[in-house]
Design a protein around this ligand. Structure first.
Ligand code: SAH
Length: 214
């Protein structure tokens, strides 16, 4: 009997039709609608983890295209496996570091950006690595449509306070803000919980959320 090859996550991802090949990403600005074969809006989650949130959204909204960005192939593998079980035409994944996002999408090509439970990078000297930092907001500014929005959810109050302080200097305005999303029936309408959101809200942590625009 021959043992089956245990394929590594990097190889699975490199071969998956749900993952846009890494080596082509820098040629993609301006071509994302063509990739999906329609003109539907494109929404991106940065740091999607296992992809439960995007899979649910993509299933609910067939007229919207979704892209999940994740830097770790071992984590992205879970999202790919979910797609193998239940394939959706309007959801694709990218294995990449979010810092390169403005080189991968063209001007105004994105309709909405989701940041969910982003890594906190608690040390001051790492503030630039936080996904809602002014440095990242400047990158999002390039790729997001003029009337596009960013939605951010986290249970980390320090990170959320930091994110709110970044808005004015970076030229963004709050459209919606709450420090306890799950206690707000209006904002909870249509809320899709992420994996971290389920875990942390079950532990009793309030969830903060903002929606911002320029
Ligand atoms: N959004 C998911 C996962 C949150 S954990 C949820 O809410 O359940 C944060 C995820 O973001 C991790 O999987 C981490 O690997 C990814 N991530 C963090 N910084 C990133 C970056 N700079 N580029 C790409 N992915 C990143």
């Amino acid at each position: 009997m021959r043992l089956r090859n245990v394929t590594g996550s990097r190889e699975v991802i490199a071969q998956s039709r749900f993952v846009v090949p890494e080596e082509t990403l820098k040629e993609m600005p301006g071509k994302w609608h063509a990739l999906f074969g329609n003109e539907h809006p494109i929404r991106v989650e940065i740091g999607m983890g296992k992809g439960k949130f995007l899979h649910a959204l993509a299933k609910e909204n067939p007229d919207v295209n979704y892209i999940g960005i994740e830097k770790y192939s071992t984590v992205l593998l879970r999202a790919v496996q979910k797609m193998e079980q239940e394939e959706l035409p309007n959801l694709r994944f990218l294995r990449m570091e979010a810092e390169e996002i403005a080189e991968v999408f063209g001007e105004g090509e994105i309709d909405r950006i989701y940041l969910n439970f982003s890594d906190p990078w608690p040390k001051d000297r790492h503030a630039k690595r936080r996904l809602p930092s002014r440095e990242f907001l400047a990158r999002y500014d390039k790729i997001l449509k003029r009337d596009g929005v960013i939605e951010f959810k986290t249970d980390n109050r320090d990170l959320f306070d930091f994110a709110v302080e970044e808005l004015e200097p970076a030229g963004w305005k709050v459209q919606v803000i709450t420090y306890d999303l799950h206690a707000d029936p209006v904002l909870m309408e249509g809320n899709v919980m992420t994996e971290y959101e389920e875990k942390f809200s079950a532990a009793g942590n309030p969830i903060c959320k903002y929606v911002i625009r320029r």
